[in-house]
Write a protein that binds this ligand. Structure first.
Ligand code: MN
Length: 416
């Protein structure tokens, strides 16, 4: 069990979103250090390679100096969790001996001096569609309000295979995508920049243990295959999507850019935030049945910042609103024998809550363009404007301790 009273001697860590109980993994460099694995603590990054060199943790140097976390994650939870246990021991407030070492500075780097990179090399990316409120809202807008959910939705976690190459780390900006749209129903389609660029508030999980072709993962074993979670902004071009998606689903509307937060929060660090999910009716098939609490109470927030403008919070949702949990998603994904590999990314689908301020996309917040939202500077939006910056934040909180994800930030640049 996580001890929420535990403190660290690292200044500011206890009250930050990266306290001793979190210790998420990322990839960073500084002006004097090459790309390597780091762990966030307060406003500092712990340099694992230098700690290993000094004999404080026991992981091969080539793994720690790697460009991505994949090889480290592949060592298995026994090893990666032991690293977090060993780190916590070093930075515990009771460990005065370590806190007073003369050579301490070599093990730490200030976050503000660091460049963060994609933490993993993503082999495959799958996006689900697992929030009931989101799927219902979309169904109401585009199909039949009386039968908003399609017939399969309550029986299986709907998803599609996305593209890994265009997933980028927070801080990477992107251009307004161009493509085909059909703005007027009765006119031919047109080519040009999308007029309906949207964000999607999602949480992604990273596969930590591979399977072989033909093997299925049970809901019981699923968490053993999940290394950790990130915030995920599945940027979407709604006008391109609407024209192209029939009959094979999302394509170019979804793969021009998706953004993740740089720190992977381990599923173990979130253990105390488990909550029960919605009762599933109709009863799910046996391979989707699960025991225990498989949803997570993680507060999520989206804000929009116009160029040189004030920031407005436009959505406040929660990861607990998922109808299909991560274990069910993974069980369904592999029920046919599809194998998963370390570093694969699975995203939740847009996470909307029941209330309007909990909707996880502009499409829903401004209800397909019919109810513009007003920002603090008085301007209105139905979708994102050029040079708007979208920021997702997320954290779980208990007894005054925050387990945070950092930020997932990206700016929409004009079309090239
Ligand atoms: Mn999505």
């Amino acid at each position: 069990m996580i001890d929420f009273r535990r403190k660290s001697w690292v200044p500011g860590a206890d009250s930050s979103e990266f306290p001793i109980q979190n210790l998420p993994f990322g990839i960073y460099s500084t002006s004097s250090k090459s790309r390597r694995i780091g762990v966030a603590i307060g406003s500092q990054i712990i340099d694992l390679a230098s700690l290993a060199k000094a004999g404080h943790i026991h992981v091969p140097a080539d793994v720690l100096n790697s460009l991505y976390l994949n090889d480290f994650i592949a060592l298995g939870k026994k090893v990666t969790n032991q690293v977090r246990v060993d780190l916590a021991h070093l930075i515990d407030v009771k460990n005065e001996a370590f806190s007073k070492r003369a050579d301490l500075s070599q093990f730490f780097d200030a976050m503000q001096d660091a460049t963060m990179y994609m933490p993993i090399q993503i082999g495959d990316y799958t996006d689900f569609y697992s929030s009931r409120d989101h799927a219902t809202n979309v169904g109401k807008m585009f199909r039949d309000p009386a039968n908003a959910l399609l017939p399969n939705w309550l029986h299986l976690p709907v998803g599609y295979h996305g593209r890994a190459s265009s997933i980028v780390v927070s801080g990477t900006n992107y251009h307004r995508p161009k493509g085909q749209t059909k703005p007027v129903e009765t006119e031919p389609p047109v080519y040009g920049p999308s007029k309906r660029v949207d964000f999607e508030l999602e949480v992604g999980f990273v596969i930590g243990k591979e399977t072989t072709l033909g093997q299925s993962i049970s809901t019981k074993d699923a968490e053993d295959h999940i290394f950790g979670l990130v915030l995920f902004n599945d940027l979407s071009a709604r006008d391109i999507q609407q024209w192209e998606y029939v009959p094979l689903g999302p394509f170019l509307a979804k793969n021009f850019c998706s953004v993740i937060s740089p720190w992977i929060v381990t599923i173990e660090a979130l253990d105390a935030f488990r909550v029960g999910g919605e009762i599933q009716d109709p009863k799910v098939m046996s391979y989707l049945e699960y025991e225990g609490k498989k949803n997570y109470d993680i507060k999520l927030e989206v804000s929009l910042t116009p160029e040189n403008g004030e920031t407005t919070i436009i959505s406040q949702s929660n990861f607990k609103y998922m109808y299909w949990n991560m274990c069910q998603q993974l069980a369904h994904h592999t029920v046919n024998g599809c194998n998963v590999r370390v570093g694969d990314m699975m995203a939740s689908g847009t996470i909307s809550g029941p209330e309007k301020h909990e909707f996880g996309s502009m499409l829903e917040l401004a209800w397909k363009g019919t109810e513009p939202i007003t920002l603090k500077d008085g301007s209105t939006r139905v979708f994102m404007n050029d040079n708007d910056t979208c920021t997702i934040k997320g954290f779980a909180e208990k007894d005054g301790v925050k387990i945070g994800f950092g930020e997932c930030v990206s700016k929409l640049l004009p079309a090239i």
